[in-house]
Write a protein that binds this ligand. Structure first.
Ligand code: PLP
Length: 393
């Protein structure tokens, strides 16, 4: 009677959501201050001042009809122009407003881009561990997921990528700063990837595209995040303001097709067609306008950095192992037993809510989202210490 595949998707357990719901129930039972919920990546730092200022200015100066009405499907022309101008000046990259499509966040940016690119039989390479929704978006677009594992410290493994990218590969998704590891890929490894993709494109006789999934671009702790269109021509940037401006619930982001892409105009037409087919037209208009005035700004990253330092310092002093993250707000901790789910269950006894790595495509780790109040981390550390003792660390 219904679309069975969709019904199955809807009924699937989301491990992260389940932990979050468990945490809410537990908070009602024993008090919120006694539960240490590190499950969700919901920004804990307020949006920067420019966001409130622009909301107040727009709501105070524009007439309601003008403010809340439709824009064109790809977004308001002045907003698309502002995004293109920002990309040109911030990254020294050619970009034109005609190649910018405003979206409801990175999820929509990815879903649209994958639909725009995918033809029958196409494969899409994801670099694991990775954001679990890639699989959902790729399969819904009709593509096949191919995984390439990362190398030491979760950096790119060019040999694994060489094996994963083949004649059927339409695109590789790169997410840096990374969810779930917090790793930021450096220029030389990205140049290595770009060279590999150029060679593969030649062998294949058509371009292998690079999809840059960038919701965490501004959330970095003193390292540079190379701009992928500057390293590889056939790049589509899927950007979101969810994390950089702490606007996750407002659903706003954009797609920028690099003008250097093969068939850039036609690709943009396919992006527009995919947006139309999926019903992703005219992204939330108030926030299109707000974000156009806040480009390049970010929430207070120093708060996330303090959380990272407190958490990493504490956990490593208790004997846990992790790669200190350079960006985003996630810590990927090695599970002290091979079964990360069993470790999470044990952590739950101390009211520590962690996400096992299986849903990110690797085993033996847990993700800790440290976008929480600093005092939550301070209060959770003694619980982590007790947990470490159980494992004799
Ligand atoms: N890509 C990655 C790597 C993410 O971590 C997320 C959200 O957590 C998204 C995409 C989706 O972001 P948005 O909330 O902007 O749709």
């Amino acid at each position: 009677m219904f679309n069975e595949r969709m019904q199955r998707r809807g009924e699937e357990r989301s491990v992260i959501r389940e932990i979050f719901e468990y945490g809410n129930a537990r908070k009602r039972e024993i008090g919120a201050e006694n539960v240490f919920d590190f499950s969700l990546g919901n920004p804990s730092v307020s949006a920067p001042d420019c966001v409130q200022r622009e909301i107040a200015r727009l709501t105070g100066t524009m007439s309601a009809g003008k403010m809340h009405g439709y824009t064109s499907a790809a977004g308001a022309p002045e907003v698309r122009e502002a995004v293109a101008a920002y990309i040109r000046s911030a990254f020294g990259t050619p970009m034109s407003a005609e190649l910018v499509y405003m979206t409801c966040g990175a999820a929509a940016s990815l879903a649209i881009t994958l639909h725009a690119l995918c033809e029958s039989g196409d494969e899409f390479v994801v670099i694991t561990p990775c954001f679990p929704e890639y699989k959902v978006f790729i399969e819904q677009a009709g593509g096949k997921v191919v995984c390439a594992q990362t190398g030491p410290d979760f950096h790119l493994d060019l040999n694994a990528l060489d094996r994963a990218v083949g004649k059927r590969t339409k695109a590789v998704i790169v997410n840096s700063p990374n969810n779930p590891t917090g790793v930021v890929y450096g220029e030389s490894e990205l140049n290595g990837l770009a060279g590999l993709l150029r060679r593969k494109s030649e062998e294949k006789g058509s371009p292998v595209f690079l999809i840059a999934d960038e919701p965490y671009r501004e959330l970095v702790y003193g390292v540079a995040v190379p701009y992928l269109p500057n390293l590889y021509a056939n790049t589509v940037v899927c950007y979101s303001f969810s994390k950089s401006l702490s606007l996750a619930g407002e659903r706003i982001g954009y797609i920028a097709v690099s003008p250097a892409c093969a068939g850039a105009q036609s690709l943009f037409a396919a992006v527009s067609g995919a947006g139309r087919s999926l019903g992703y037209v005219c992204a939330p208009v108030l926030f299109q306008r707000v974000c156009a005035k806040c480009l390049g700004q970010s929430s207070d990253v120093s708060a996330y950095r303090e959380n990272r330092d407190l958490l990493c310092g504490g956990l490593t002093s208790f004997g846990f192992q992790c790669v200190p993250p350079d960006g985003a707000f996630y810590l990927f901790l090695k599970s002290p037993e091979p079964d990360a789910k069993a470790f999470c269950e044990r952590a739950k006894r101390y009211e520590l809510l962690l996400v096992p790595s299986d849903s990110f495509g690797v085993e033996g780790y847990v993700r800790i989202s440290y976008c929480v109040a600093k005092e939550t981390i301070a209060r959770a550390l003694p619980a982590f210490e007790k947990l470490s003792r159980e494992y004799g660390l």
